[in-house]
Design a binder for this molecule. Structure first.
Ligand SMILES: [Fe+2]
Length: 399
C-alpha cells in the first residue's frame, strides 16, 4: 500500500506528537533541516508539526515511512499504531546496509558559539537499523582536533539524549562529557576502547590525530524507554515525578558511575586458530545483556553464532570481507558494512579476505534494567530538566 493512500487525522496521534517526532529525529540523528533537505519536505510545515501547530502530516509520514529504522508506532494511539505497524512495519529478521549505501547518507553538522563561528564538527553516516530494535547506531567522524588536555568550547557539547549509549572508538579519539557541576571530563580513547553512558549527559567527541576520528556511536533504547514506565511518568507533574524518583530506594543503590570506560586493547591476543571473541565492554549496571564484543576471524575462519534473546548490531571494522549467512540468505559484509539482527537468529560468519577480519558486535535486550533506578541516576546527574525531557522531549540533541 502506498503511504499516500493511508490518511491520518489529528485524533489518531498520541498527545504531544511534535515532541514524539522530535525524539524520533534525535534518534536517527537528523535535525529538522537535514531531514527536510533529505526528503525535500517543506521545512516550515515540518517545524509546525514539531511545535504541535497546524500542519500537513501526510508528506512527513511519507518521508518517515521511507527512512529506515523509525518505529512509527510510537506516534499513534494503540489501534492506529497496530494498523500502521501492519501496513508499514517492514520487519525482517536481518537488516543490512552496505558501506556504499552508508556513505551516501553522509551529512556534516556544524557546532560553535554562533552562526558566524560555527565549524564543521561531525560527519554522520547511517548504518543498518531495524525499526523494532533498541539500536539507533551511526558511524560518526570527528572533524575537530583536540589533544584532550584542555577544556572545550561549551557550544561543542550536545545536550545529551534520551537513549543510553555504547560507543566503540576506531582511532585516537576523545570522549568529553560534563559533570553535574559543569566541569569537563575527558576519556582519551584508542582503537577498540569503549564507553557507556546514561541518558541526558552533555557530551562530545574530538579527534586526537590529524585525520578525522571515527566512532561507532550506538545509542539504544534503555530502561527509561519502557512504555509502561513512560505512561506512568507522564501521569505525574514534573515536581511530583522528581519527588517519586528521589524517594525510590532501589537495592543496590544507584551509585554506579554515569560514564563507564574500557580499554582492553593491550590485552588483545593476536594468536588464534580460526575464531576468537573478545569482550570490549560489559558490566553496565542492571543490563547484563548489553555488551560490545570483537569477533575476530583468521584467514578462511568461520564461526556459527546466535543472537539468542538479544538484538545485535554488527559492523565490519576491518579491511577484509566477511560473508554473513542466515536462513537461506547471504550478505557480503565488505569493510564498513553493517547488519542489524533480531533475537533468536542463527547465523554464520566466514572470512574470505587474505588477513584477519574483525567484526564489532553490539548486543542489548530491550526493556532490560530498572527504569526508576535509571531515572534516579539521571536526576542525580543531570537534574530536573533532564527528567522534563524524559517526559516530553523539547530539545534537539544539539544546537
Ligand atoms: Fe551521544
Amino acid at each position: 500500500m502506498n503511504s499516500l493512500d493511508f490518511k491520518i487525522s489529528d485524533s489518531d496521534f498520541q498527545p504531544n506528537p511534535g515532541s514524539i517526532l522530535l525524539r524520533l529525529l534525535n534518534q536517527i540523528k537528523h535535525t529538522a533541516n537535514s531531514f527536510a533537505q533529505t526528503y525535500r519536505l517543506d521545512l516550515d510545515n515540518l517545524k509546525n508539526f514539531l511545535s504541535n501547530q497546524e500542519s500537513n502530516f501526510q508528506p512527513i509520514f511519507e518521508a518517515l515511512v521511507s527512512h529506515p529504522g523509525i518505529d512509527l508506532r510510537v506516534l499513534f494511539k494503540p489501534d492506529i499504531a497496530e494498523v500502521v505497524d501492519r501496513k508499514f512495519g517492514r520487519i525482517s529478521k536481518v537488516a543490512t546496509m552496505s558501506a556504499e549505501r552508508s556513505k551516501l547518507s553522509a551529512r556534516v553538522f556544524e557546532r560553535g558559539p554562533e552562526d558566524s563561528k560555527k565549524i564543521p564538527f561531525y560527519t554522520y553516516f547511517d548504518t543498518a537499523v531495524q525499526p523494532t530494535s533498541p539500536f539507533r547506531p551511526e558511524l560518526i567522524e570527528q572533524l575537530k582536533y583536540s589533544n584532550g588536555d584542555c577544556d572545550l568550547e561549551n557550544s561543542f557539547f550536545n545536550h545529551g539524549h534520551f537513549e543510553d549509549q555504547m560507543t566503540l572508538f576506531l582511532g585516537e579519539t576523545n570522549l568529553h562529557w560534563k559533570e553535574p557541576d559543569g566541569r569537563q571530563s575527558v576519556f582519551k580513547a584508542s582503537r577498540l576502547s569503549a564507553s557507556y553512558k546514561i541518558p541526558f549527559i552533555p557530551h562530545t567527541f574530538t579527534s586526537r590525530s590529524n585525520n578525522p576520528g571515527q566512532i561507532l556511536a550506538v545509542t539504544y533504547l534503555g530502561p527509561i524507554a519502557n512504555p509502561i514506565f513512560l505512561d506512568t511518568a507522564r501521569s505525574h507533574s514534573l515536581d511530583d515525578f522528581c519527588h517519586l524518583i528521589r524517594n525510590y530506594e532501589p537495592s543496590p543503590a544507584p551509585d554506579q558511575p554515569a560514564v563507564i570506560t574500557s580499554n582492553v586493547v593491550q590485552t588483545l591476543s593476536s594468536y588464534f586458530e580460526e575464531f576468537q571473541s573478545i569482550t570490549l565492554l560489559e558490566g553496565i549496571p542492571d543490563q547484563p545483556n548489553s555488551s560490545i564484543m570483537l569477533l575476530q576471524l583468521a584467514r578462511g575462519g568461520k564461526t556459527e553464532q546466535s543472537s539468542k534473546s538479544n538484538h545485535q548490531w554488527l559492523y565490519n571494522i576491518s579491511d577484509q570481507t566477511v560473508i554473513f549467512d542466515w536462513d537461506q540468505s547471504s550478505f557480503e559484509m565488505s569493510p564498513g558494512s553493517s547488519i542489524a539482527i533480531t533475537p533468536e537468529t542463527c547465523y554464520s560468519l566466514k572470512n574470505i579476505g587474505k588477513m584477519t577480519s574483525a567484526i564489532a558486535c553490539f548486543s542489548a535486550n530491550p526493556g532490560e534494567g530498572d527504569a526508576l533506578k535509571q531515572a534516579k541516576r539521571i536526576l542525580n546527574f543531570a537534574g530536573p530538566p533532564a527528567i522534563s525531557r524524559l517526559l516530553n522531549e523539547n530539545c534537539q540533541w544539539f544546537s
